[in-house]
Write a protein that binds this ligand. Structure first.
Ligand SMILES: Cc1cc2nc3c(=O)[nH]c(=O)nc-3n(C[C@H](O)[C@H](O)[C@H](O)COP(=O)(O)O)c2cc1C
Length: 408
Protein backbone atom coordinates (compact mmCIF):
# COMPACT_ATOMS: atom_id res chain seq x y z
CA UNK A 1 0.00 0.00 0.00
CA UNK A 2 1.35 3.44 -0.93
CA UNK A 3 2.24 5.80 1.86
CA UNK A 4 -0.08 8.81 1.92
CA UNK A 5 0.46 12.07 3.79
CA UNK A 6 -1.33 11.08 7.02
CA UNK A 7 -0.56 9.14 10.19
CA UNK A 8 -2.51 5.92 10.89
CA UNK A 9 -5.62 6.12 13.03
CA UNK A 10 -5.40 4.13 16.27
CA UNK A 11 -8.70 2.82 17.57
CA UNK A 12 -8.12 0.96 20.84
CA UNK A 13 -5.77 -1.97 20.00
CA UNK A 14 -5.92 -1.68 16.21
CA UNK A 15 -4.83 0.88 13.64
CA UNK A 16 -6.14 1.82 10.22
CA UNK A 17 -3.23 2.85 7.94
CA UNK A 18 -5.36 5.69 6.52
CA UNK A 19 -7.18 7.92 9.06
CA UNK A 20 -10.34 8.16 6.98
CA UNK A 21 -13.55 6.65 8.34
CA UNK A 22 -16.28 6.10 5.77
CA UNK A 23 -19.30 7.00 7.88
CA UNK A 24 -22.19 4.61 8.40
CA UNK A 25 -25.07 5.43 6.04
CA UNK A 26 -28.39 3.74 6.58
CA UNK A 27 -30.39 2.12 5.24
CA UNK A 28 -28.09 -0.12 3.21
CA UNK A 29 -26.13 2.76 1.66
CA UNK A 30 -22.89 1.89 3.43
CA UNK A 31 -23.27 -1.63 2.12
CA UNK A 32 -20.68 -4.37 2.63
CA UNK A 33 -19.39 -3.62 -0.88
CA UNK A 34 -18.62 -0.04 0.17
CA UNK A 35 -17.21 -0.77 3.63
CA UNK A 36 -15.14 -3.67 2.28
CA UNK A 37 -13.68 -1.49 -0.50
CA UNK A 38 -12.78 1.34 1.93
CA UNK A 39 -11.04 -1.08 4.30
CA UNK A 40 -9.23 -2.63 1.32
CA UNK A 41 -7.75 0.85 0.75
CA UNK A 42 -6.55 1.00 4.37
CA UNK A 43 -9.39 3.12 5.80
CA UNK A 44 -12.19 2.29 8.21
CA UNK A 45 -15.19 0.92 6.29
CA UNK A 46 -18.36 1.31 8.34
CA UNK A 47 -21.56 -0.68 7.84
CA UNK A 48 -24.96 0.51 9.00
CA UNK A 49 -26.95 -1.86 11.19
CA UNK A 50 -30.30 -0.34 10.17
CA UNK A 51 -32.61 -2.97 8.60
CA UNK A 52 -29.82 -5.51 8.15
CA UNK A 53 -32.29 -8.27 9.06
CA UNK A 54 -34.26 -7.40 5.92
CA UNK A 55 -31.23 -6.75 3.69
CA UNK A 56 -29.24 -9.84 4.66
CA UNK A 57 -32.30 -12.11 4.47
CA UNK A 58 -32.59 -11.14 0.81
CA UNK A 59 -28.85 -11.28 0.15
CA UNK A 60 -28.37 -14.69 1.68
CA UNK A 61 -31.74 -16.12 0.71
CA UNK A 62 -32.87 -17.14 4.19
CA UNK A 63 -34.47 -15.44 7.15
CA UNK A 64 -31.97 -13.70 9.38
CA UNK A 65 -32.65 -11.82 12.58
CA UNK A 66 -30.82 -8.62 13.50
CA UNK A 67 -27.99 -10.22 15.50
CA UNK A 68 -27.10 -12.86 12.93
CA UNK A 69 -27.46 -10.35 10.08
CA UNK A 70 -25.06 -7.87 11.72
CA UNK A 71 -22.48 -10.63 12.25
CA UNK A 72 -22.77 -11.79 8.64
CA UNK A 73 -22.53 -8.27 7.20
CA UNK A 74 -19.25 -7.76 9.07
CA UNK A 75 -17.92 -11.06 7.67
CA UNK A 76 -19.02 -10.16 4.13
CA UNK A 77 -17.31 -6.76 4.30
CA UNK A 78 -14.20 -8.29 5.83
CA UNK A 79 -14.05 -10.75 2.96
CA UNK A 80 -13.98 -7.91 0.43
CA UNK A 81 -11.42 -5.98 2.47
CA UNK A 82 -8.87 -8.74 1.86
CA UNK A 83 -7.81 -8.36 5.48
CA UNK A 84 -6.77 -4.71 5.12
CA UNK A 85 -7.99 -1.68 7.06
CA UNK A 86 -10.69 -1.87 9.73
CA UNK A 87 -14.39 -2.72 9.63
CA UNK A 88 -16.85 -0.80 11.83
CA UNK A 89 -20.58 -0.94 12.47
CA UNK A 90 -22.72 2.18 12.85
CA UNK A 91 -25.57 1.53 15.24
CA UNK A 92 -28.13 4.31 15.64
CA UNK A 93 -29.58 4.83 19.12
CA UNK A 94 -32.89 5.76 17.45
CA UNK A 95 -33.19 2.22 16.02
CA UNK A 96 -33.92 1.23 19.59
CA UNK A 97 -35.57 -2.18 19.15
CA UNK A 98 -32.50 -3.69 17.52
CA UNK A 99 -29.79 -1.70 19.28
CA UNK A 100 -28.49 -4.43 21.57
CA UNK A 101 -28.73 -7.22 18.96
CA UNK A 102 -26.91 -5.07 16.40
CA UNK A 103 -24.04 -4.26 18.78
CA UNK A 104 -23.63 -7.87 19.91
CA UNK A 105 -24.07 -9.28 16.39
CA UNK A 106 -21.39 -6.99 14.98
CA UNK A 107 -19.10 -8.13 17.80
CA UNK A 108 -19.91 -11.80 17.01
CA UNK A 109 -18.87 -11.13 13.41
CA UNK A 110 -15.46 -9.75 14.44
CA UNK A 111 -16.06 -6.01 14.04
CA UNK A 112 -13.19 -3.66 14.97
CA UNK A 113 -15.28 -0.72 16.17
CA UNK A 114 -18.84 0.25 16.97
CA UNK A 115 -19.73 3.84 16.11
CA UNK A 116 -22.98 5.05 17.63
CA UNK A 117 -25.00 8.26 17.38
CA UNK A 118 -28.48 9.55 16.39
CA UNK A 119 -29.08 9.94 20.11
CA UNK A 120 -26.67 9.60 23.03
CA UNK A 121 -25.30 6.02 23.20
CA UNK A 122 -25.44 5.84 27.01
CA UNK A 123 -25.82 2.06 27.29
CA UNK A 124 -23.23 1.07 24.67
CA UNK A 125 -20.47 -0.10 27.06
CA UNK A 126 -22.93 -1.94 29.33
CA UNK A 127 -24.09 -3.94 26.31
CA UNK A 128 -20.60 -4.44 24.85
CA UNK A 129 -19.12 -5.56 28.18
CA UNK A 130 -21.40 -8.62 28.16
CA UNK A 131 -19.60 -9.88 25.04
CA UNK A 132 -16.43 -12.01 25.22
CA UNK A 133 -14.75 -9.77 22.59
CA UNK A 134 -15.40 -6.56 24.52
CA UNK A 135 -11.74 -5.72 25.01
CA UNK A 136 -10.99 -6.05 21.28
CA UNK A 137 -13.69 -3.69 20.03
CA UNK A 138 -13.33 0.10 20.04
CA UNK A 139 -16.44 1.99 21.19
CA UNK A 140 -16.90 5.37 19.53
CA UNK A 141 -19.78 7.79 20.21
CA UNK A 142 -20.84 10.49 17.75
CA UNK A 143 -21.46 13.85 19.43
CA UNK A 144 -22.15 17.42 18.42
CA UNK A 145 -21.08 19.19 21.63
CA UNK A 146 -18.58 18.92 24.46
CA UNK A 147 -21.51 18.65 26.85
CA UNK A 148 -22.77 15.50 25.12
CA UNK A 149 -19.31 13.93 25.36
CA UNK A 150 -19.10 14.84 29.03
CA UNK A 151 -22.48 13.20 29.76
CA UNK A 152 -21.42 10.08 27.88
CA UNK A 153 -18.08 9.82 29.69
CA UNK A 154 -19.72 10.23 33.11
CA UNK A 155 -22.12 7.39 32.36
CA UNK A 156 -19.59 5.11 30.61
CA UNK A 157 -17.14 5.46 33.49
CA UNK A 158 -19.57 3.47 35.63
CA UNK A 159 -19.04 0.48 33.29
CA UNK A 160 -15.28 0.91 33.44
CA UNK A 161 -14.95 2.06 29.83
CA UNK A 162 -14.37 5.44 28.25
CA UNK A 163 -14.76 6.14 24.51
CA UNK A 164 -11.82 4.91 22.41
CA UNK A 165 -12.36 7.89 20.11
CA UNK A 166 -15.10 10.43 19.50
CA UNK A 167 -16.66 11.52 16.21
CA UNK A 168 -17.50 15.23 16.27
CA UNK A 169 -20.30 15.76 13.75
CA UNK A 170 -21.15 19.27 12.57
CA UNK A 171 -24.27 20.62 10.87
CA UNK A 172 -23.15 20.00 7.27
CA UNK A 173 -23.40 16.20 7.66
CA UNK A 174 -25.82 13.93 5.81
CA UNK A 175 -28.62 11.90 7.37
CA UNK A 176 -29.83 13.17 10.75
CA UNK A 177 -28.04 16.06 12.36
CA UNK A 178 -28.09 16.85 16.06
CA UNK A 179 -30.24 19.98 15.94
CA UNK A 180 -34.02 20.30 15.88
CA UNK A 181 -34.32 23.80 14.39
CA UNK A 182 -32.71 25.05 11.19
CA UNK A 183 -31.71 28.30 12.93
CA UNK A 184 -29.62 26.27 15.40
CA UNK A 185 -27.98 24.27 12.63
CA UNK A 186 -27.05 27.48 10.79
CA UNK A 187 -25.86 29.29 13.92
CA UNK A 188 -22.12 30.04 13.56
CA UNK A 189 -21.73 28.86 17.17
CA UNK A 190 -22.42 25.35 15.85
CA UNK A 191 -19.88 25.48 13.01
CA UNK A 192 -17.75 22.32 12.99
CA UNK A 193 -14.60 24.29 13.89
CA UNK A 194 -16.25 25.58 17.08
CA UNK A 195 -17.58 22.13 17.98
CA UNK A 196 -14.09 20.66 17.55
CA UNK A 197 -12.58 23.13 20.02
CA UNK A 198 -15.37 22.44 22.51
CA UNK A 199 -15.22 18.63 22.21
CA UNK A 200 -11.41 18.40 22.17
CA UNK A 201 -11.35 20.44 25.39
CA UNK A 202 -13.75 17.99 27.07
CA UNK A 203 -11.87 15.00 25.62
CA UNK A 204 -8.66 16.33 27.24
CA UNK A 205 -10.41 16.23 30.61
CA UNK A 206 -11.19 12.53 30.07
CA UNK A 207 -7.74 11.44 28.90
CA UNK A 208 -7.54 12.87 25.36
CA UNK A 209 -9.26 10.23 23.23
CA UNK A 210 -8.74 10.75 19.47
CA UNK A 211 -11.23 13.20 17.92
CA UNK A 212 -12.59 12.57 14.42
CA UNK A 213 -14.05 15.48 12.43
CA UNK A 214 -17.26 14.86 10.44
CA UNK A 215 -19.70 16.95 8.42
CA UNK A 216 -18.59 18.76 5.28
CA UNK A 217 -15.12 17.21 4.95
CA UNK A 218 -14.72 17.01 1.18
CA UNK A 219 -11.09 17.29 0.01
CA UNK A 220 -7.57 16.31 1.06
CA UNK A 221 -7.09 19.92 2.17
CA UNK A 222 -10.10 19.57 4.49
CA UNK A 223 -8.48 16.47 6.00
CA UNK A 224 -5.19 18.31 6.53
CA UNK A 225 -7.06 21.21 8.13
CA UNK A 226 -8.91 18.88 10.51
CA UNK A 227 -5.64 17.24 11.53
CA UNK A 228 -4.06 20.67 12.05
CA UNK A 229 -6.94 21.47 14.41
CA UNK A 230 -6.06 18.50 16.60
CA UNK A 231 -8.07 15.68 15.01
CA UNK A 232 -6.68 12.18 14.56
CA UNK A 233 -8.81 11.59 11.48
CA UNK A 234 -12.03 12.36 9.65
CA UNK A 235 -15.35 10.66 9.01
CA UNK A 236 -16.85 11.23 5.56
CA UNK A 237 -20.24 10.21 4.20
CA UNK A 238 -21.33 12.12 1.10
CA UNK A 239 -18.17 11.50 -0.94
CA UNK A 240 -18.50 7.76 -0.34
CA UNK A 241 -22.22 7.78 -1.14
CA UNK A 242 -21.26 8.81 -4.66
CA UNK A 243 -18.93 5.88 -5.29
CA UNK A 244 -19.51 2.89 -7.53
CA UNK A 245 -19.52 0.60 -4.53
CA UNK A 246 -22.15 2.36 -2.39
CA UNK A 247 -25.60 0.84 -1.98
CA UNK A 248 -27.49 3.85 -3.42
CA UNK A 249 -29.50 3.00 -6.53
CA UNK A 250 -28.72 4.47 -9.95
CA UNK A 251 -31.25 7.28 -9.78
CA UNK A 252 -29.92 8.34 -6.36
CA UNK A 253 -26.38 8.56 -7.72
CA UNK A 254 -27.56 10.40 -10.83
CA UNK A 255 -29.42 12.98 -8.71
CA UNK A 256 -26.36 13.46 -6.49
CA UNK A 257 -24.23 14.42 -9.46
CA UNK A 258 -26.91 16.68 -10.97
CA UNK A 259 -27.84 18.47 -7.73
CA UNK A 260 -27.24 22.16 -7.09
CA UNK A 261 -26.93 23.82 -3.68
CA UNK A 262 -30.60 24.87 -3.86
CA UNK A 263 -31.67 21.25 -4.22
CA UNK A 264 -30.47 20.36 -0.72
CA UNK A 265 -32.49 21.15 2.37
CA UNK A 266 -33.05 20.27 6.00
CA UNK A 267 -36.37 18.50 6.36
CA UNK A 268 -38.23 19.46 9.53
CA UNK A 269 -41.97 19.81 8.91
CA UNK A 270 -42.63 17.27 7.73
CA UNK A 271 -39.42 15.68 8.94
CA UNK A 272 -37.90 12.57 10.43
CA UNK A 273 -40.00 10.66 13.00
CA UNK A 274 -37.19 10.99 15.54
CA UNK A 275 -37.47 14.79 15.60
CA UNK A 276 -33.93 15.57 14.50
CA UNK A 277 -33.31 17.58 11.34
CA UNK A 278 -32.77 15.31 8.34
CA UNK A 279 -30.92 16.54 5.24
CA UNK A 280 -32.53 15.55 1.93
CA UNK A 281 -32.43 16.13 -1.77
CA UNK A 282 -35.54 18.23 -2.28
CA UNK A 283 -36.34 16.43 -5.54
CA UNK A 284 -36.52 12.99 -3.89
CA UNK A 285 -39.89 11.61 -5.04
CA UNK A 286 -40.78 10.45 -1.51
CA UNK A 287 -40.02 13.86 0.00
CA UNK A 288 -42.04 15.65 -2.70
CA UNK A 289 -44.98 13.42 -1.87
CA UNK A 290 -44.50 14.08 1.85
CA UNK A 291 -44.40 17.86 1.32
CA UNK A 292 -47.78 17.70 -0.44
CA UNK A 293 -49.10 15.36 2.30
CA UNK A 294 -49.96 12.94 -0.51
CA UNK A 295 -48.58 9.84 1.19
CA UNK A 296 -51.14 8.53 3.65
CA UNK A 297 -49.85 7.99 7.22
CA UNK A 298 -48.26 4.55 7.27
CA UNK A 299 -45.29 2.82 8.89
CA UNK A 300 -45.01 -0.91 8.42
CA UNK A 301 -41.25 -1.17 8.99
CA UNK A 302 -40.69 0.26 12.46
CA UNK A 303 -36.90 0.60 12.59
CA UNK A 304 -36.50 4.27 13.47
CA UNK A 305 -38.68 5.14 16.41
CA UNK A 306 -39.43 8.10 18.65
CA UNK A 307 -40.09 7.15 22.26
CA UNK A 308 -40.93 3.62 21.18
CA UNK A 309 -43.23 4.36 18.26
CA UNK A 310 -43.26 5.88 14.78
CA UNK A 311 -45.51 8.95 14.56
CA UNK A 312 -45.71 8.54 10.76
CA UNK A 313 -47.99 5.61 11.36
CA UNK A 314 -50.79 7.96 12.33
CA UNK A 315 -50.02 11.36 10.81
CA UNK A 316 -48.35 12.91 7.78
CA UNK A 317 -48.45 16.56 8.83
CA UNK A 318 -45.28 16.69 10.94
CA UNK A 319 -43.36 13.56 9.93
CA UNK A 320 -42.76 11.12 7.08
CA UNK A 321 -41.74 7.48 7.34
CA UNK A 322 -38.07 7.59 6.43
CA UNK A 323 -37.61 3.78 6.65
CA UNK A 324 -39.99 3.21 3.74
CA UNK A 325 -38.37 5.92 1.60
CA UNK A 326 -34.83 4.76 2.34
CA UNK A 327 -35.59 1.09 1.68
CA UNK A 328 -36.98 2.05 -1.72
CA UNK A 329 -33.72 3.85 -2.52
CA UNK A 330 -31.84 0.56 -2.23
CA UNK A 331 -34.53 -1.30 -4.20
CA UNK A 332 -35.74 -3.22 -1.15
CA UNK A 333 -39.32 -2.07 -0.85
CA UNK A 334 -42.55 -2.58 -2.71
CA UNK A 335 -42.82 -0.46 -5.81
CA UNK A 336 -45.66 1.65 -4.35
CA UNK A 337 -43.17 3.43 -2.07
CA UNK A 338 -41.09 6.16 -3.69
CA UNK A 339 -37.38 6.91 -3.18
CA UNK A 340 -36.02 9.18 -0.43
CA UNK A 341 -32.50 10.57 -0.84
CA UNK A 342 -30.55 11.86 2.15
CA UNK A 343 -27.27 13.70 1.50
CA UNK A 344 -24.69 15.92 3.16
CA UNK A 345 -24.68 19.67 2.45
CA UNK A 346 -21.72 19.28 0.07
CA UNK A 347 -23.50 16.85 -2.26
CA UNK A 348 -23.93 19.67 -4.79
CA UNK A 349 -20.14 19.69 -5.27
CA UNK A 350 -20.10 16.12 -6.62
CA UNK A 351 -19.55 15.98 -10.34
CA UNK A 352 -19.11 12.29 -11.03
CA UNK A 353 -19.36 8.81 -9.60
CA UNK A 354 -15.95 7.32 -8.91
CA UNK A 355 -14.60 4.10 -7.45
CA UNK A 356 -13.57 3.91 -3.81
CA UNK A 357 -9.99 3.37 -4.96
CA UNK A 358 -10.00 6.60 -6.99
CA UNK A 359 -11.55 8.52 -4.11
CA UNK A 360 -9.13 7.19 -1.52
CA UNK A 361 -6.20 8.05 -3.83
CA UNK A 362 -7.56 11.58 -4.37
CA UNK A 363 -7.99 12.11 -0.63
CA UNK A 364 -4.42 10.98 0.02
CA UNK A 365 -3.01 12.89 -2.98
CA UNK A 366 -1.73 9.64 -4.42
CA UNK A 367 -1.81 8.51 -8.06
CA UNK A 368 -4.47 5.95 -9.00
CA UNK A 369 -2.64 2.65 -9.27
CA UNK A 370 -5.21 -0.10 -9.05
CA UNK A 371 -6.62 -0.75 -12.47
CA UNK A 372 -8.88 -3.60 -11.35
CA UNK A 373 -12.48 -2.56 -11.83
CA UNK A 374 -14.79 -2.98 -8.84
CA UNK A 375 -16.34 -5.80 -10.85
CA UNK A 376 -13.06 -7.69 -10.99
CA UNK A 377 -12.59 -7.26 -7.26
CA UNK A 378 -16.20 -8.36 -6.75
CA UNK A 379 -15.71 -11.44 -8.89
CA UNK A 380 -13.66 -13.00 -6.10
CA UNK A 381 -16.70 -12.87 -3.84
CA UNK A 382 -18.97 -15.89 -4.01
CA UNK A 383 -21.99 -14.02 -2.55
CA UNK A 384 -24.80 -12.83 -4.78
CA UNK A 385 -24.77 -9.06 -4.75
CA UNK A 386 -28.40 -8.38 -4.08
CA UNK A 387 -29.59 -4.79 -4.21
CA UNK A 388 -26.33 -3.25 -3.25
CA UNK A 389 -26.74 -0.61 -5.95
CA UNK A 390 -23.47 -1.70 -7.48
CA UNK A 391 -23.07 -0.02 -10.83
CA UNK A 392 -20.99 -1.62 -13.52
CA UNK A 393 -19.36 0.27 -16.33
CA UNK A 394 -20.99 -0.79 -19.59
CA UNK A 395 -17.54 -1.50 -20.99
CA UNK A 396 -16.64 -3.89 -18.16
CA UNK A 397 -16.23 -7.48 -19.30
CA UNK A 398 -19.15 -9.54 -18.07
CA UNK A 399 -18.09 -12.67 -16.20
CA UNK A 400 -20.51 -15.54 -15.91
CA UNK A 401 -21.98 -14.42 -12.57
CA UNK A 402 -22.86 -10.89 -13.64
CA UNK A 403 -26.52 -11.57 -14.37
CA UNK A 404 -27.09 -12.79 -10.87
CA UNK A 405 -25.36 -9.74 -9.56
CA UNK A 406 -26.85 -6.67 -11.25
CA UNK A 407 -30.21 -5.73 -9.85
CA UNK A 408 -30.45 -1.98 -9.71
C1 LIG B 1 -26.72 9.27 2.91
C2 LIG B 1 -26.27 9.38 4.31
C3 LIG B 1 -26.79 8.55 5.28
C4 LIG B 1 -26.33 8.63 6.59
N1 LIG B 1 -26.81 7.77 7.52
C5 LIG B 1 -26.29 7.76 8.77
C6 LIG B 1 -26.70 6.77 9.71
O1 LIG B 1 -27.49 5.88 9.41
N2 LIG B 1 -26.18 6.84 10.96
C7 LIG B 1 -25.27 7.80 11.33
O2 LIG B 1 -24.83 7.81 12.48
N3 LIG B 1 -24.84 8.72 10.43
C8 LIG B 1 -25.31 8.70 9.18
N4 LIG B 1 -24.85 9.60 8.25
C9 LIG B 1 -23.75 10.54 8.63
C10 LIG B 1 -22.40 10.02 8.11
O3 LIG B 1 -22.04 8.82 8.76
C11 LIG B 1 -21.27 11.06 8.29
O4 LIG B 1 -20.95 11.28 9.62
C12 LIG B 1 -21.61 12.40 7.68
O5 LIG B 1 -22.32 12.27 6.50
C13 LIG B 1 -20.35 13.19 7.43
O6 LIG B 1 -20.63 14.34 6.68
P1 LIG B 1 -20.40 14.41 5.08
O7 LIG B 1 -21.54 13.69 4.46
O8 LIG B 1 -20.40 15.87 4.79
O9 LIG B 1 -19.08 13.76 4.77
C14 LIG B 1 -25.32 9.57 6.93
C15 LIG B 1 -24.81 10.40 5.94
C16 LIG B 1 -25.26 10.31 4.64
C17 LIG B 1 -24.66 11.20 3.59
Amino acid sequence: MNQGPYQPLKLRHRSAPVPIIQGGMGIGLSSYTLAGAVAREGGVGVLSSAALDRILSVRHGRKMRAREAAAQDVRDARFLSQGKGLIGMNVMVAVINQYEDSVLGAMDGGVDCIISGAGLPMSLPEIAMTHPRHDEVALVPIVSSGRALDLICRRWKRSGRLPDAVVVEGPLAGGHIAWREESEALDPANHLDRLLVDVIEVAAKWGSMPAIAAGGIYSSQDIKDAIAKGCAGVQMGTRFLATTESGANLNYKKMLVESTEDDIELASRPGSPCGMLFRVLKKSPFYQQALLRERAPKCDKGYLLNKGHCPSKHENEKTFCICNGLLSSIELNNSAEKNLYTVGHNAYRLDRIMSVHELMCELQELPVTDTATPLEVRAQDPLPLVNAGFVFEAKAAAPAHQEAVVES
